[in-house]
Design a binder for this molecule. Structure first.
Ligand code: GDP
Ligand code: GDP
Length: 470
């Protein structure tokens, strides 16, 4: 199972750095491979559990025989021709340059699937360039730092659906443990949509399955819940019922919502085989979080909010996932009213970073509460994808500033000038202001909480960045 990714962009944006990071130093140079000319490097890349071929088009600086632009154009076109997908890289600290615009035009014309990456994205010096990158008309940029290894999760999230498309073409390579449920021959038309979807605008297509992971301590009831969601009968009847399964996920529909759900049970089986249950269960949770768009943190009602639960919930928030907390085994609770009150209190106290995220009581065993869980997941996903217009935001910001003016450290008032939503999934906002470094946490929190309340984004892992002018 493999696909080919070409990294393209003008010299010095960091293509080789990313290439080396993906391929690993050892394999970085593959000069003498037949069919690969010296100016295109090719290597086998790894990103978490993804394996693919990566082509690097670095080396343009050496162009002496030809005009840079002509050479660049040919090289890029060749790479585009060889690749299933292009990662178009710009330097976020330099912003969009005229040469970048030429590239964008080539890529748009060739209509390859393009992922836009704004590299050197570490630190606030890159904020402006990341926003600028939108102007290339290639959709939302992924903020990367190839050198520091940041943003690779986002890259992974974008590559994963493509990997799945190709995986289906090479099912023999499946992990043998995963094939304990038949792989369906089911209509794969939504894979096509998926690939389409990776084109610039990346709008959420109704066919694109929502990626869900259920995480929690051992015995919380994860497998029981997943089985209930995919329908035990269908699990038994297999392919005809429309479940496809790959090494890490199951695809099905849940109340008419196409979903892809992280296969906790499959992972566990594998862990047992490898006799490393303890070790794997931790990285398993991490993998699940990285996989997911929506993370369901499943608690056992009898022992809720244990250390491990808190850790994974916090991880999901830090990774910017939409989070829904579900309290399982509600069927065996007495005193439900009091218990629910206690749970809500504990939730607010122990996980303030998830303020406003839904808490749903369920019984995976009986299926009670699953409709409400489904509804909560859809809402959380919707919030995660929410986009607020710049005009709306700035009207809102004016009101917020009037209500509670920003502080004046050392007698100099911080001026908040302008605000825009730089990204979705999760929602990320940028405020242009004077002295961004002096902005106290409390004021940022005031704004974030305001955004959550006023734009109906409860529980969203909102990112807010302060940026200076110029
Ligand atoms: P290429 O010509 O596009 O292949 O660019 P290189 O990978 O050779 O990188 C050009 C320069 O940018 C090198 O000095 C890198 O160390 C530097 N660089 C690459 N990635 C990053 C990054 O994420 N952050 C910063 N600050 N520098 C980077
Ligand atoms: P996992 O380790 O998180 O995958 O947990 P399992 O799904 O294997 O469930 C652990 C145990 O809890 C099993 O004995 C299940 O039958 C039980 N269990 C799971 N969900 C419920 C529930 O909603 N109510 C009750 N009473 N028991 C449950």
């Amino acid at each position: 199972m493999s696909f080919t990714l070409a990294i393209v962009g003008r010299p010095n944006v960091g293509k080789s750095t990313l290439f080396n990071r993906l391929v690993g130093k050892k394999l970085a140079l593959v000069d003498d491979q037949p069919g690969v000319t010296r100016d295109l490097r090719e290597g086998e890349a790894r990103l978490a559990d993804l394996k693919f071929t990566v082509i690097d088009t670095a080396g343009l600086e050496d162009a002496t025989d030809d005009s840079l632009e002509g050479r660049m154009r040919r090289l890029t076109e060749r790479a585009v021709g060889m690749a299933d997908i292009c990662l178009f890289m710009i330097d976020a600290r330099a912003g969009v340059t005229p040469v970048d615009m030429i590239f964008a035009e080539i890529l748009r014309k060739r209509s390859a699937h393009v992922i836009l990456a704004a590299n050197k994205g570490e630190g606030s010096a890159a904020d402006a360039g990341v926003i600028d990158a939108w102007s290339l008309g290639l959709g939302e940029p992924i903020r990367l730092s190839a050198e520091h290894g940041e943003g690779l999760n986002d890259l992974y999230t974008h590559l994963m659906p493509i990997a799945d498309t190709f995986a289906e073409r090479a099912q023999e390579a499946q992990d043998e443990v995963a094939i304990d449920v038949d792989i369906s021959e089911e209509d794969d038309s939504d894979d096509v949509d998926l690939a389409e979807d990776l084109r610039p605008s990346r709008n959420i297509s109704p066919n694109r399955p929502m990626q869900i992971a259920v995480v929690g301590r051992p015995n919380a009831g994860k497998s029981t819940l997943i089985n209930k969601i995919i329908g035990e009968d269908r699990l038994l009847t297999g392919p005809e019922a429309g479940i496809t399964r790959d090494a890490i996920s199951l695809r099905t529909t849940w109340s008419d919502t196409p979903i892809r759900i992280f296969d906790t049970a499959g992972m566990r089986k594998k862990a047992k085989v490898q006799d490393k249950l303890e070790k794997l269960s931790v990285s398993d949770g991490l993998r699940a979080v990285k996989f997911a768009e929506v993370v369901v943190v499943l608690l056992d009602a009898a022992i809720p909010f244990e250390q491990q639960d808190l850790r994974i919930a916090d991880l999901a928030e830090r990774e910017g996932r939409a989070v829904v907390v579900a309290v399982n085994k509600w069927d065996i609770e007495d005193e439900k009213q009091q218990k629910l009150k206690d749970l809500k209190e504990s939730f607010e106290r122990l996980l303030p970073q998830l303020r406003g995220a839904p808490l749903i009581t369920v019984s995976a065993k009986t299926g009670r509460g699953l409709d409400r869980l489904h509804g909560a997941i859809l809402r959380a996903y919707d919030v995660w994808n929410r986009r607020v217009s710049t005009a709306q935001l700035n009207r809102w910001l004016t009101g917020m500033l009037e209500q509670h003016p920003p502080p004046a450290p050392q007698g100099k008032r911080i001026k908040l000038r302008y605000m825009t939503q730089a990204k979705t999934r999760p929602p990320g906002f940028v405020v242009m202001c004077s002295h961004p470094d002096k902005m106290p946490e409390s004021y940022s929190r005031y704004l974030v909480n305001g955004l959550r309340t006023d734009f109906d984004m409860p529980g969203a892992p909102i990112r807010l960045t302060m940026r200076g002018q110029g």
